[in-house]
Design a protein around this ligand. Structure first.
Ligand SMILES: *[C@@H]1O[C@H](CO)[C@@H](O)[C@H](O)[C@H]1NC(C)=O
Ligand SMILES: *[C@@H]1O[C@H](CO)[C@@H](O)[C@H](O)[C@H]1NC(C)=O
Ligand SMILES: *[C@@H]1O[C@H](CO)[C@@H](O)[C@H](O)[C@H]1NC(C)=O
Ligand SMILES: CC(=O)N[C@H]1CO[C@H](CO)[C@@H](O)[C@@H]1O
Length: 354
């Protein structure tokens, strides 16, 4: 019933100016009826409810604005990414930053415990998802713990690849115990998480210490530590080197500028440096592979990273996304960091499938 009022609100608010784009997933012209329908579908698909009619009208305006932004992004996209409706389409840019933005890295205080292990292989396309080596896509919800999710997925994948042991580790333990004085839902850094795991020779399981999406006092489960690591390192700022490490050792975490992820639907995202500041690093993710891409019309070709995010399966490409590789897109090469797991020689590590 509220939806009927959207049309009236629209009349007061302004006129849709369409900027047709051949590559857009959005139709070239969107009239009021279509936008209302899209918003309705969006509410159903993502289970959105709003507390009042005013709130819904307000969210509708933001939704329309975000379609406008998506179209502008589409017109300046250098890769093959498509922008449009996502689970974040009813948030303003600043709300999105406030809810999902990790504090921007100023000066990194980390001390790595080991120099990076040098890669063993020349990089050929590699996708660890195919090897069944990756933990399922997780959803951080309203707690800004991308750093803890990236660290946990990094360790889980390395244990699976090196020891063929599948673990589900406690993100919540990292949130509660890495920064006991303030809690980890305000944000944090992968190297602090990895240092915590290293210091404590492992993490609890997620069953024993489940995710509750908010801060609580640190509870350490003595004697129940799983999956220790032997240290961690920050990799050189070189995308070929990072690719070699991913191919020969396993997924690595990275920091990036997440600005355009709000509107990303699928494809290989490539933005100019002015657009996506590589020094504004406000999100942590897991690089799980890389490949070579071509658009169907053959007008674009290049290399990309395959990246696992922690925003659930209903974002991007089933929770993953692809980002241009070789241009430091959105700062992806600046702080690639990984746990180190010394192979104990009992098992042959898995190989990364192309
Ligand atoms: C809106 O666009 C749709 C699809 O192009 C069309 O069927 C419909 O008649 C249009 N409605 C109005 C009010 O213009
Ligand atoms: C990676 O592998 C998974 C699992 O086979 C597949 O669904 C996905 O499309 C692959 N990604 C790319 C970019 O090839
Ligand atoms: C880990 O141990 C080092 C050295 O004892 C200490 O400086 C650091 O604060 C510890 N960090 C965490 C997160 O436990
Ligand atoms: C990547 C891609 O498919 N780009 C296409 C976008 O649309 C223009 C105009 O039709 C095409 O020329 C590009 O090939």
């Amino acid at each position: 019933m509220w939806l009927a009022n959207l049309a009236a609100c629209w009349m007061l608010w302004g006129t849709w100016i369409s900027v047709p784009s051949a590559n857009s997933t959005l139709p070239p012209d969107l009239n009021m009826t279509q936008l209302t329908q899209m918003f309705q579908d969006f509410m159903v698909k993502f289970g959105k409810t709003y507390g009042s009619q005013e709130e819904m009208l307000y969210r509708f305006k933001i939704f329309v604005r975000n379609m406008e932004i998506s179209r502008a992004l589409q017109d300046t996209e250098l890769g093959t990414a498509q922008y449009g409706v996502t689970r974040f389409s009813d948030l303003t840019e600043s709300e999105f930053a406030k809810k999902f933005g990790n504090p921007v890295l100023q000066a990194p205080p980390f001390v790595q415990t080991q120099p990076p292990r040098s890669p063993l292989k020349e990089p050929k396309p590699c996708n660890w998802t195919k090897a069944g080596a990756l933990p399922p896509v997780k959803d951080q919800g309203e707690c800004k713990a991308c750093w803890a999710f990236a660290a946990v997925s990094n360790i889980e994948a390395l244990w699976k690849i090196n020891q063929n042991i599948q673990r589900s580790l406690s993100v919540q333990e990292l949130i509660d115990c890495t920064y006991p004085s303030r809690g980890g839902c305000m944000g944090g850094y992968v190297w602090d998480a990895l240092l915590y795991v290293f210091n404590n020779t492992g993490l609890s399981s997620s069953t024993l210490y489940p995710y509750i999406e908010k801060d609580q006092p640190c509870r350490k489960h003595k004697g129940r530590k799983l999956t220790k690591i032997d240290g961690y390192s920050v990799l050189p700022r070189d995308e070929k080197y990072i690719a070699e490490v991913v191919a020969s050792q396993g997924p690595v975490t990275a920091l990036m500028n997440k600005k355009f992820c709000q509107h990303y639907q699928k494809g290989i995202m490539q933005r100019s440096e002015e657009d996506c500041d590589p020094n504004w690093l406000d999100h942590a993710v897991l690089i799980v592979g890389f490949g070579e891409g071509k658009s169907r019309r053959g007008s674009w070709s290049g290399s990309y990273w395959i990246i696992q995010n922690s925003w659930g399966k209903h974002w991007g490409e089933q929770g993953y996304f692809r980002l241009h590789r070789g241009s430091n897109a959105c700062g992806i090469r600046n702080y690639a960091t990984t746990a180190i797991l010394n192979n104990l020689g009992r098992k042959k590590p898995a190989a990364c499938p192309p």
